[in-house]
Design a protein around this ligand. Structure first.
Ligand SMILES: [Zn+2]
Length: 268
């Protein structure tokens, strides 16, 4: 189990940097919430905690206290840069401490993954005496994700796609740094559905008629267009199942009352 503490920078009475109609505190929160969702949904053995989940004022000490009390394995503080520039940079504590080289190693992996995945201008791996990095007992990183006062970057920051991309890049970085294992059961594109086809007609009205008959017998159905050898067929589908057994059982019921059916396996 890897415990990751995510700190969306600023919040409440502290907006952080602001420009182009944006507040840093809002963007960092969006990225953090999205990142939490991605980590929880896509990775095994990963526990996530946030320093804030809404727009609240929280001191830096409260934040590091929480991470330390929770005994997090890693602390990630998410920020947006300002002051004229472009691209991505990351920080670790500049002090002299026992785990500095391992902290830097984790950071470098995350940093490289993010820059590569987002094709971002690389502003480099840096060190600073920031509270979040210094007062946390676990290895910690602070990421500066683009410049809020750069019109081009700010425009992108306003889109959900950008938030998702940045969160995803952080998730990939953490995956690489901590060797997180992806959940195998969450690939909807690889799932097969078993559809019970109860009639295939060249005339739409005949398919509609079949639907009505099925409805009278208590079965809901829908019509799906199927094209074979340049011919259009209207198929009446009476149920779509993830389990083949359930599709088989539906087909048996329908056959019993006189409908000729077959099962079609589809991969959406
Ligand atoms: Zn900040």
């Amino acid at each position: 189990m890897v415990k990751i503490f995510i700190d969306p920078g600023h919040g409440g009475g502290d907006p952080g940097a602001s420009a182009n109609g944006l507040l840093e505190k809002d963007i960092t929160l969006k990225i953090a919430l999205q990142l939490r969702k991605m980590l929880q949904e896509n990775y095994k053995d990963t526990e996530v905690r946030l320093s804030r989940i809404n727009d609240e004022t929280k001191s830096l000490t409260q934040r590091t206290d929480e991470a330390n009390r929770w005994n997090a394995d890693y602390l990630l503080s998410v920020h947006i840069n300002a002051g004229g520039g472009e691209g991505f940079e990351s920080y670790i504590w500049n002090g002299d401490y026992r785990r500095k080289s391992s902290t830097d190693k984790l950071r470098t992996t995350i940093h490289r993954t993010i820059v590569k995945q987002l094709d971002w201008r690389n502003r480099g791996t840096k060190e600073a005496n920031f509270h979040m990095l210094r007062e946390s007992k676990m290895p910690a990183v602070l990421t500066e994700n683009g410049f809020i006062d750069n019109a081009k970057e700010a425009k992108r920051m306003k889109t959900d796609d950008w938030i998702k991309e940045v969160a995803e890049a952080h998730a990939s970085g953490l995956e690489a740094a901590f060797d997180l294992e992806k959940r195998p059961d969450l690939k909807p594109d690889q799932e097969t559905f078993y559809r019970v086809v109860c009639g295939s007609f060249q005339e739409h009205k005949n398919a509609k008629q079949r639907m009505n008959i099925l409805s009278k017998r208590g079965y809901d159905s829908f019509i799906d267009l199927y094209i074979m050898n340049n011919k259009r067929y209207y198929r009446v589908i009476v149920g779509s199942f993830r389990d083949k057994e359930n599709a088989d059982s539906r087909m048996r019921q329908l056959k019993k009352i006189g409908f000729d059916c077959f099962i079609d396996a589809v991969r959406p």
